[in-house]
Write a protein that binds this ligand. Structure first.
Ligand code: GAL
Length: 632
């Protein structure tokens, strides 16, 4: 396992050149190993078409490298300069209302635009040729945060043309497409694939099969856009290729993008996410205001460990208040350290802070860095330095394979966004609720792609997987552990229709979903053994009922250790069901106090206290916003 290291995101083009050596020296003094640069610098690399200025970038890399830092060089394709747009006026993404998403911020491109892809090919080739063998460059980041600002889906004419090609490949003929989508409904049949438009601006909802196909296509466009750059870079460098993914971003299949890269990374903004990216009570948000949600980071660490096939980083770690959430409180002292150690406990190879110096200009001037705008130390700098010292002193600790796995599938997020059938049926929300329940029970969890391997686990959970891949069904038939499938799993065909025979169609399980209902907030279906279903309840016809609702209807159907869950458990029901499932396979659970979380490595148990108060639990006192570790 590579040594665990820290780093920082730096923008040499934002600062006078004579400041670079001192910046680099201070980074080294803080124990940082990595410095990521260049990902937004296109206008300074190529100020006019074909007119290049690599001199400043050469010198920046030299200064940073000479100081002993390892450079991660970003490809600048998230921020094409204005002249690129002048050359390709139709390269902008178009929103669902048909309006172009204009120049003046970033990510102003449509993934399908061929001319823009050619520009990317050209600039990435030049960067690869120039820096591919540079000894100071130890990794590459491709683009920046695919999907950020809702940019995966575009309704441009470039997207429409590419979607028709995609449909022609997938369905081969208009007849086959009509049958697959059920276009006889409302006389939506097409004579030609070239008659198909994008599923926006329709009078009422478009055919969900059409929407799901478009979502798959949109994801594939991200995959091929990324691959185009990866293929170019591979010709020139043998350094690892990385992309920085996001929190709660499901619009493209990260497993598919990750297959073309060496390392997955993600950008972790715990306090911003608590404020604007998760559903939780006002009390919960107040309690964790300056710490972030105790499970949100861990969930993404586990997802991206899977996306990176074991190799993953945090590319951007929040160091202080951000600028972009509705409210932006400052982290409690200790949290910048806790977040970093938590990432390492989940197997991160590196944690890089965003950013070095707070900018005094432009969009992110209110976003903290490790330095203030006047170059004085900001509070997180000392914590970053402490983490680096602790890593240097700390014995190696390997990433353990968990006994419990959560099956995860991006296409299911698109399916349920397309046809939620209840205002709060959201795939991320359901999987995160499941993950939280596992973590409340003190469990370390692996995330597994729906097409991945489950046979090594003792307990797997697969909530909300719209279509269970045949490979998963085959494994389930042989699986020796306990499987909790559902709710709403295997509920659709790949073309977004209800399968007949009716779901869930699980090996050996005598159960049929005869009807589904969604439940508004505040209403539940209480369960006989405690807790309730909320949001979602399925009526099961089954002769294999193992648990019922309080009024005697099937809640869980089972065949041996395979269980189908007919609803979305609330916290009490989840805690009970998970404790029972773990007991059945001999996995110890620990009912943790609110805010205290565990992660086991091969050598140590780490405890993270996300609470603003000290917690004493089982004889150990955990400091507020603190992390402790003990040998296993
Ligand atoms: C990330 C992005 C960075 C910066 C940061 C601010 O989403 O990659 O460039 O904008 O957010 O929190």
């Amino acid at each position: 396992m590579p040594p665990r290291t820290t780093g920082v995101c730096y923008y040499p083009e934002h600062w006078p050149e004579d400041q670079w050596p001192e910046d680099a020296a201070r980074m080294v003094a803080a124990g940082l190993t990595w410095v990521r640069i260049g990902e937004f610098a296109w206008s300074r690399i190529e100020p006019r078409p074909g007119a290049f200025d690599f001199g400043w970038l050469d010198r920046a890399i030299d200064v940073l490298g000479a100081a002993g830092l390892k450079v991660i060089l970003g490809t600048p394709t998230a921020t094409p300069p204005h002249w690129v747009l002048d050359k390709h006026p139709d390269m902008l993404a178009v929103d669902a209302a048909g309006k172009p998403r204009k120049f003046g911020s970033r990510r102003h491109y449509c993934f399908s635009h061929r001319g823009y892809r050619d520009e990317c090919y050209r600039i990435v080739t030049l960067l690869g040729e120039r820096y591919g063998k540079n000894p100071h460059i130890h990794a590459w980041q491709i683009d920046n945060e695919y999907g950020c600002h809702d940019t995966t889906v575009s309704y441009s004419s470039a997207a429409r043309d590419a979607f028709r090609d995609w449909c022609a490949q997938r369905y081969q003929s208009a007849d086959a497409l009509n049958r697959a989508w059920g276009n006889v409904f409302w006389s939506m049949e097409y004579d030609e694939i070239d008659d198909i438009d994008l599923p926006n601006l329709t009078v009422t909802e478009p055919n969900p099969a059409h929407v799901l196909a478009f979502r798959r296509f949109s994801s594939d466009q991200v995959v091929s856009f990324n691959k185009l750059q990866a293929d170019v870079l591979r010709k020139h460098t043998d350094r690892p290729l990385i992309h920085n993914y996001m929190g709660r971003e499901l619009a493209f299949d990260h497993f598919a993008v990750g297959a073309d890269l060496d390392i997955a990374s993600w950008d972790s903004y715990p306090i911003g996410f608590l404020s604007d990216r998760i559903e939780a009570s006002a009390d919960h948000k107040a309690h964790f205001l300056r710490q972030g949600d105790p499970d949100m980071q861990a969930f993404h660490h586990d997802i991206y460990r899977a996306v990176g096939r074991g190799r993953w980083w945090v590319m951007e770690q929040q160091p202080g208040p951000v600028n972009w959430a509705p409210y932006n409180p400052a982290p409690l002292p200790g949290m910048a350290r806790l977040w970093a150690h938590e990432a390492f406990a989940h197997g991160a190879e590196a944690v890089c802070y965003f950013r070095w110096r707070q900018a005094s200009f432009a969009q992110e001037q209110q976003h903290a860095g490790l330095l203030r705008p006047d170059s004085a130390d900001a509070p997180a700098l000392a914590e970053a330095a402490q983490v680096a010292r602790e890593l240097a002193d700390f014995p190696e600790t390997g990433t353990a394979t968990a006994r419990v796995a959560l099956v995860f599938d991006y296409a299911s997020a698109w399916a349920w966004e397309t046809q939620p059938q209840g205002a709060d049926f959201d795939y991320f929300r359901l999987t995160f609720a499941t993950y939280r329940a596992l973590r409340r029970a003190g469990l370390s969890v692996d995330v597994v792609n729906a097409t991945g391997d489950i046979l090594g686990y003792d307990l797997i959970l697969a909530p909300g997987i719209a279509t269970l891949p045949q490979s998963l069904l085959d494994q389930l038939a042989r699986f020796k552990g306990t499987a909790l499938i559902g709710p709403r799993s295997n509920a659709k065909t790949p073309e977004m229709a209800i399968p007949v025979p009716l779901p869930p169609n699980l090996p050996g399980l005598d159960a049929v979903v005869s009807l589904v209902e969604s439940l508004p907030p505040g209403t539940t279906v209480p369960l006989e053994q405690g807790g309730a279903f909320a949001h979602w309840f399925e009526h099961l016809d089954s002769a294999a009922v193992s648990e019922t609702t309080a009024d005697g209807r099937p809640a869980i159907a089972s065949a041996g250790k395979l269980h189908y869950l007919a609803g979305w458990p609330d916290e009490a029901a989840f805690d009970r069901i998970i404790a029972g499932a773990c007991a059945a396979v001999g996995i110890e659970t620990i009912a943790l106090p609110e805010g205290l979380r565990i992660r086991d490595t091969t050598t140590h148990r780490f405890w993270f206290n996300y609470s603003p108060e000290d917690i004493t639990f089982r004889g150990l006192t955990h400091k507020a916003a603190g992390v402790t570790w003990q040998t296993m």
